[in-house]
Write a protein that binds this ligand. Sequence first.
Ligand code: GLN
Length: 212
Amino acid sequence: MTLGVLALQGDFDAHRRRLEELGAKVVLVKKPEQLDQIDGLVIPGGESSTFLKLLGKEGFAKLKDFARTRPTFGTCAGAILLAAQVENPHQPGLGALDITVRRNAYGRQIDSSIREGRFRNDPIEMVFIRAPKIERLGDGVEVIATEGSDPVLVRQGSTMAATFHPELSDDRRVHQLFLELVGEGNREAGTGRGVGPQTGGELGRKRRSRRP
Ligand code: GLN
């Protein structure tokens, strides 16, 4: 099973290490054609508005095709990207998960914290960094983990999103669950490969250096 980690920005390397610990082959995805070579994708944390800028229109469209048809797991900024609606401020989402998220929902005072939540019914450490909150869950969205009364890990079909950073804790259960979804997703899809359009070029737009 080959997993991709979107490597345009953010903490993609911690995801790579965790997936490799769990026995997956991992490629760092920087170009659109790499999406055709993977069985599932992790979109890491970072800054979702920066991801949008780096993706550009074309990268966004390709990622949208992928996320709507193939197993995809977004953490924090990645969860924001996967959402159908994004607030505070409003920005486009890939719409792979029928949820509304509110960015930076914990305010500046407690923008980062380590808390104990519940994964199914068991305790689990959760690292939150300028985290969003899931404010609306559409029909068919399953809550897998909670922190207090907030849903913080959800799934719809083979799309999964966490508002915390499981790659920063030692616990492997969340990534393990995603690998199980990827296994199921590929059995259902039959081929194990996406069929997105082939293109060359970078997935992220090249940033032009500014001249003084
Ligand atoms: N605050 C970031 C955003 O709105 C997400 C933070 C994170 O990924 N740790 O995109």
